[in-house]
Design a protein around this ligand. Structure first.
Ligand code: OGA
Ligand code: NI
Length: 377
């Protein structure tokens, strides 16, 4: 691809739907393009200059989100209170933080990154068997861009998805790819406990019963594990690894390798989340923002494409149970006459269906605002 004008011309003249279908039918994702040594990046991945002109600037390299040591929670009440305060202030100011001394063995973090990377790097024919877009009924699948046919530009990444929203957190180990089965099971076990722990500290920070958020979000009632694989990109400035978005979750726990590229939007500038090998990253999704009536906000984030790679990450979403008829809305204890609910009630099925009907960047909380005119979805 050449100058700006040539790029926009090329983008206006190709048959996008046809190219998307052809890419999808290969079932080998972005990794397949890289393996085929395709020159440059195909048009389906190129963002238009109009989209790129709306980008925010990147911030001072030295600015970073807080790193919180939770090692001594429970050992003395004083230290627990201090950590609750630290987490709560990081939550209010940043909505994203890194946690160290979380109790999860560091070699398990490394094994999780290595094991899931191997899924993408195994033989294409084995991997193809998992390729699907059936987000409703498949529990384990692999694909490139869940919103491939809804977005303006595809992202430079492939994903492995394990979804228990319909099975109340249960997973049949036999369905997992043999190459990373054991490591996923072990990681999920630890992360469910870690997530409950974070939800407890957040509940305390909000002045709620320590079990409050945990009971609402309890990981065992529905979670998704998504492992992303971002191959090195020959033209990183023309595309993104994952475009700016907010998560569909109560909370998200993210594990990343050492390549870097994750950024959050903070005071209208992109701030890098610098890799810390012993840390897990915590951020809030739209469900938490709605039920806390905007006290804890979901923060917009993205991953830039890079000429180095591959980058591997694992995002674990506490999402709730799709089949449960439970009604969610702003928590009563967090609203009052002076601070009335901003959002209406909804079910996990409704918010999840809404999420899958939109492109990633369009999934927002406005749709659930009481004052919001219905937009037909
Ligand atoms: C996500 C996400 C970031 C990453 O899956 O929602 O933001 O580092 N992932 O892969
Ligand atoms: Ni995200």
């Amino acid at each position: 691809m050449g100058s700006q004008n040539t790029i926009d011309e090329a983008l206006s003249s190709y048959d996008r739907i046809n190219d998307l279908k052809a890419f999808d039918e290969e079932k080998t994702g972005v990794k397949g393009l890289v393996d085929a040594e395709t020159e440059g990046i195909p048009s389906i991945f190129v963002r238009s200059s109009k989209d790129r002109s709306k980008d925010f600037e990147t911030c001072d390299e030295n600015l970073s989100v807080p790193i919180i040591d939770i090692g001594q929670v429970g050992q003395s009440n004083d230290r627990t209170a201090e950590i609750v305060k630290e987490i709560f202030s990081a939550s209010k100011e940043w909505g994203f933080f890194q946690v160290v001394n979380h109790g999860i063995p560091l070699n398990l973090l490394k094994k999780t990154i290595d094991g899931t990377r191997m899924f993408h790097e195994q033989d294409a024919e084995t991997k193809k068997e998992y390729y699907s877009r059936d987000f409703q009924s498949k529990r384990v699948m692999y694909y490139s861009n869940h919103d491939l046919f809804n977005s303006n530009a595809a992202n430079w990444r492939d994903s492995l998805y394990v979804n228990t929203l319909h099975t109340a957190g249960e997973i049949d180990p036999q369905e997992l790819p043999p190459i990373c089965k054991d490591v996923i099971l072990e990681y999920v076990n630890h992360i469910l406990k870690f997530g409950d722990h974070i939800l407890m500290l957040l509940s305390m920070g909000l002045g709620l019963d320590p079990e409050h958020l945990g009971n609402l979000a309890k990981g065992k009632k529905g979670w998704s594990f998504i492992n992303h694989y971002y191959p090195a990109c020959p033209e990183p400035e023309l595309t993104l690894g994952i475009n700016g978005h907010a998560d569909n979750s109560f909370i998200t726990i993210l594990l990343q390798d050492q390549i870097g590229g994750l950024q959050i939007l903070h005071q209208n500038k992109w701030v890098n989340i610098t890799p810390v090998s012993s840390a897990l990253i915590v951020n809030f999704g739209n469900i938490l923002q709605i039920i806390t009536n905007d006290v804890l906000k979901s923060v917009y984030h993205r991953v830039i494409a890079k000429s180095v790679g591959p980058r591997t990450s694992v995002a674990f979403f506490f999402r709730g149970n799709f089949s449960s008829k439970k009604i969610y809305g702003p928590i009563k204890e967090l609203t009052s006459k002076e601070n009335p609910p901003i959002y209406r009630d909804f079910t996990i099925e409704e918010i999840t269906t809404y999420f899958f009907s939109k492109s990633l960047g369009e999934f927002g909380t406005d749709h659930f605002k009481l004052q919001h005119p219905r937009d037909g979805n």
